[in-house]
Write a protein that binds this ligand. Structure first.
Ligand code: GUN
Ligand code: FE
Length: 435
């Protein structure tokens, strides 16, 4: 391809605010951004005729773990604590640079293939620089950070002195990247001490960082803080000064009335991960209730072994099904769920004026969806039509900041056959000392 500028012709595009499909004869992608206005020099543009597609904003996942891809299918039929202790934490502790790199590339391939171009990622204990490098190479936008777990859980613990030094080194390192940002990742309350939180808050305040954690995913986590501090997870996090508008908490299933009031008062962002909540038997989050109370909620696929895929559309569909079952006709609308997967995801990161919808001068972060036999009509309720019928294979083009990452149905920049080969080879040695 000659350059990074495109003219999209005959464009039916989705306006997430009004839940309508609009039309423009020409849409310009210039220097990574969207423009409805014709630029002066047209000849330097590549052109795509979009008459057979509908354009939607690409997805923003508010919670993922790209380092966990290699244990997809190896952590089945377990609740969170057993799942963490038996498989996930030993796996993460044993990751070497090569295996971590492969896990990230597998996740990034899947994310791009299914239309995600921004992620909030929970990194891991060591070799976090590999995760940053792979995110930057992928050309999606990624927020990630090394994990803090300074209270031993399942025999795994991060030393505080090392954590602080390593974090400072990573914060500096990441400055050289364009699309990769550093965030703080305290893993979850049962893996934290109050002393550890103080170190984390020092870094947060010094560098003005986003804090990304898990909370209230299981009853066991609340029992832990009740026993230790006579507080719920959320009350504990509030007491220790973690919660504010730059906090993203994944799950938030087991919440008291007071917990919900705290989340609202502190403007905390929640990441909803319905398939992980189902696969790990954790419970159904009250998405409709939280939404009505005005809490900002994004959506994410969580780690690959939580649900065995990284597809945001699957999460949106499951979110809607779970809420329909609980609330019936009073359930949150499909369009609100589409907003969570895009605009509200951008809000969790404070980038909603730059991405998440198709607007003049916004980043050109979008997908083109084909009109295949399984795909619903988008005439009546495009959000509902999309959520219930589109699959990753119907996404033919994915653009991230104006750069095509999937083109004519093929993910660029990665060799799928090679990835599968590498994965097969590595899985033979998984959990052995050779990793
Ligand atoms: N809580 C602490 N660590 C994890 C994790 O890796 N995945 C999920 N789903 N919950 C967690
Ligand atoms: Fe998670």
């Amino acid at each position: 391809m000659k350059n990074k500028n495109f003219i999209l012709k005959n464009v039916k595009y989705f306006d997430v605010e009004t839940n309508r499909i609009l039309f423009t004869k020409k849409l310009f992608i210039k220097d990574g951004r969207i423009s409805f206005k014709s630029p002066s020099n047209i000849t330097l543009y590549n052109s795509i005729d979009c008459k057979d597609y509908t354009l939607f904003p690409s997805f923003i996942q508010s919670h993922t773990h790209i380092c966990q891809n290699l244990i997809k299918g190896y952590a089945e039929e377990m609740q969170l604590y057993e799942w963490l202790k038996k498989v996930v934490l030993p796996y993460e502790k044993n990751l070497k640079k090569e295996t971590l790199s492969l896990s990230c590339r597998l996740s990034l391939y899947e994310l791009i293939d299914s239309g995600t171009t921004t992620i909030v990622d929970m990194g891991t204990f060591e070799n976090q620089e590999i995760i940053f490098e792979e995110i930057e190479n992928s050309k999606i936008t990624g927020y990630s950070g090394n994990v803090l777990m300074d209270r031993s859980f399942g025999g795994v613990r991060t030393g505080l002195k090392h954590y602080e030094e390593y974090s400072r080194w990573l914060i500096e390192l990441v400055k050289k990247y364009k699309n990769t940002k550093y965030i703080l990742c305290p893993r979850f309350v049962p893996g934290l001490t109050e002393k550890g939180i103080k170190v984390l808050l020092k870094l947060r305040d010094e560098y003005s960082l986003i804090v990304h954690s898990h909370s209230s995913e299981t009853i066991s986590e609340n029992l832990f803080t009740q026993k230790e501090y006579n507080l719920s997870n959320i009350e504990f996090l509030e007491k220790n000064g973690i919660l504010d508008g730059k906090t993203i908490l994944a799950h938030c299933i087991h919440l008291s009335e007071n917990d919900r009031k705290i989340l609202k008062r502190k403007n905390v962002n929640v990441a909803h991960c319905p398939s992980a909540n189902g696969k790990l038997f954790s419970g159904i989050m009250d998405l409709t209730g939280l939404y009505r109370e005005g809490i900002n909620v994004g959506i994410g696929s969580d780690g690959p072994p939580c649900n065995n895929n990284t597809d945001q559309i699957f999460e949106m569909r499951l979110a809607k099904h779970f809420q329909n079952i609980i609330y019936g006709k009073n359930s949150i609308k499909a369009n609100e769920i589409f907003k969570m997967a895009t605009v509200n995801g951008a809000k969790t990161l404070g980038i909603e004026k730059e991405t998440g919808s198709i607007k003049e001068n916004f980043f050109a972060d979008f997908i083109l969806v084909e009109n295949d036999i399984n795909v619903s009509s988008f005439d009546k309720d495009p959000s509902s039509g999309f959520i219930f019928s589109v699959y990753p294979e119907n996404i033919k083009f994915v653009f991230s900041k104006g750069i095509p990452l999937k083109f004519n149905g093929k993910v660029l920049n990665y060799d799928k056959t090679e990835l599968v080969k590498e994965k097969k080879k590595i899985l033979k040695y998984l959990f052995s000392n050779r990793l």
